[in-house]
Ligand binder design. Structure first.
Ligand code: ASP
Length: 324
């Protein structure tokens, strides 16, 4: 019995924030390289999870982004990485968080998805699992760039001087006393988390998100990116999604699942993406960006930050952009 093959689609992002003009080219090049690697997997009949892993690996390897080498540093000056990969066909998922010794956490996430009865590993247990399945453990310093040491020192000096830019502007701003809003956070601070969503020729969806988290985060802090239904989710019966932005509000709203549920209920992905970002802002004053891909190949992207690095590859070719 023959199987109908469909046109594959790959969508990637490289963060949503006020991307400065001098960094625009690097972002666009990085996104284009990721698209090329991931789409090549899809056009040779590869599966969606494999394409997402390939695209995210390229973005992790690119020091432009807050994923893999070149990520933001924790308050203690180390790189701590989180990643999730999810297969919308089988609903299998693999996540790792707070890993410090893996060059490509998305590959560890793939191993968890493929080879573990569990779904999520953290810290040393995640590293041990990855090593047991053939991944090389590196020294954390290999992931740390001088650029990031300077960025961390600047951020800590600004905090110490009381100069941190507090721009909380959502509807809860006036009376919200939650501990996270007591931590100064500029919503347009760099959010260079990376992600990809793919639809393969067999009709399966997958999603992946990888991050170094937020600048000056407390060691052990996990954001939305690697949490199922928050910064990443995939289900063939709804959609595949990857988010970037200020993680704490995204987590509280379980925003990835919120968006895919709307697609399942009949909202076109373009509208669901916009609604998710509007909800993030109106409910919690959050900022970020989203890419969303339905099982029929329709997609959406939205952000309420000044810019977002994104790209798409499909039958019509490869397009990248920094804003929508
Ligand atoms: N969402 C990420 C986090 O909170 C950060 C980002 O998107 O840049 O860890």
């Amino acid at each position: 019995m023959g199987m109908t093959l469909r046109s594959p689609v790959l969508l990637v992002h490289g963060g949503a924030w006020a991307i400065p003009p001098e960094m625009a080219e690097d972002h666009q090049r990085g996104v284009a390289n990721a698209l090329a690697a991931g789409y090549a997997v899809l056009t040779r009949g590869g599966i969606a999870t494999e394409a997402v892993e390939a695209a995210v690996t390229v973005l992790e390897d690119d020091p432009t982004f807050d994923a893999g080498r070149g990520s933001f540093l924790t308050a203690e000056g180390r790189v701590q990485l989180d990643a999730l990969l999810m297969d919308g066909g089988s609903m299998r998922a693999g996540g790792v968080a707070c890993v410090e010794r893996l060059r490509n956490p998305i590959q560890a996430a793939r191993l968890v998805l493929d080879r573990s009865p569990h779904v999520y590993f953290v810290g040393q247990g995640a590293e041990a699992f990855a090593a047991a399945h053939g991944m090389t453990l590196i020294d954390n310093s290999e992931l740390v760039l001088d650029r990031e040491r300077v960025r961390l020192a600047d951020a800590q000096a600004r905090l110490a001087a009381g100069l941190a830019d507090i721009t909380f502007s959502g509807p809860l701003a006036a009376d919200d006393k939650s501990p996270e809003t007591a931590v100064p956070h500029n919503h347009f601070d760099s959010h260079d988390t990376v992600g990809a969503v793919a639809l393969d020729a067999h009709g399966n969806l997958a999603a992946g998100t990888s991050t170094g988290g937020t600048l000056n985060k407390a060691p052990g802090r996990v954001g939305d990116s690697s949490l199922i239904g928050c910064g990443c989710y995939a289900d063939n019966l709804s959609a595949a999604v990857s988010l970037t932005g200020w993680g704490e509000p995204i987590m509280k709203l379980v925003l990835g699942k919120w968006a895919t549920d709307r697609v399942a209920a009949g909202t076109p992905p373009a509208d669901a993406a916009r609604q998710a970002i509007d909800y993030l802002f109106t409910r919690l004053g959050g900022h970020g960006g989203i890419i969303l891909l339905g099982p029929d190949g329709r997609f959406g992207l939205a952000h309420n930050t000044p810019g977002m690095a994104w790209g798409i590859a499909d039958d019509y070719g490869q397009r990248t952009g920094l804003v929508v």
